[in-house]
Design a protein. Sequence first.
Length: 258
Amino acid sequence: MGMALITGASEGIGKELAHLFAAAGHDVILVARNRAKLEALAQTLITRHGIQANIIVKDLGHPQAADEIYHICQTEQWPIDYLVNNAGFGLLGSFVDTELATETDMIAVNVTALTQLTKRFLPHMVERRSGRILQVASLASFMPGPLMSVYYATKAYVLSFSEALQQELRGTGVTVTALCPGPTNTAFKHRANMNNPPHVEKSSLDVRHVAQAGYAGMMKGKTIVIPGFPYRTFVFLCRFLPRAWVSRFVHFNQKQRL
Ligand SMILES: NC(=O)c1ccc[n+]([C@@H]2O[C@H](COP(=O)([O-])OP(=O)(O)OC[C@H]3O[C@@H](n4cnc5c(N)ncnc54)[C@H](OP(=O)(O)O)[C@@H]3O)[C@@H](O)[C@H]2O)c1
């Protein structure tokens, strides 16, 4: 059935994606920093679905992490048929006040590790003429993000990178899908120091729905997946509005989350 490597599998969207892969009979390799959570999830998936589930405990903020993950997979002879670059985090705050160390780490996890893992595993997929990559981007990929400037910029990179690769890879049997969810009910907001006002909480997407949309889109080889009709409409409308207006709108919204 094939093997999936999923980063950020200890919680949230990544954990739900791991459930979906396992339920479909795929073996999984779960990557994150929290060993206890990864072990518990692996055990649940093995018991529930009778698949193979292995864990790799890594901090993707470390420059060598992606290479180390790749070498473990090579040594263990785990052929990666599905790569899910999901690990990521954000930080709310004015750029003049936020910690550079956190933002440097964010770029390392959201951008550098995602790029390195893609670089490592993609050639094997192309050689086999089969493979699927799911890059978890965001609604943030489509617009500038005042008060979360670095996070939005990292997600713009993920979308641009994924669309470009999808084009380069036409005819190879390998596809790259960017999953672009709006606010989703996970631990993301706490890690990002966000206090969502009630209307944002109310319109937050269900994590299972987001994972299902991403999984289905990746399997179909879609280029972009935006879960939820209102969010698809929002992205469509943004194309026709001046960027400065969109930036002002995002700024207004983010202020309410401080
Ligand atoms: N929730 C939203 O509103 C939303 C909206 C759009 C896009 N997204 C994107 O969706 C992805 C998943 O986020 P989520 O909402 O599921 O958040 P989450 O519940 O906080 O999960 C984040 C996952 O990433 C892992 N991670 C974070 N830093 C890591 C590091 N340095 N090394 C390895 N793993 C790391 C975490 O595991 P450990 O802590 O165990 O390492 C965790 O498994 C992210 O890329 C995020 O940007 C989220």
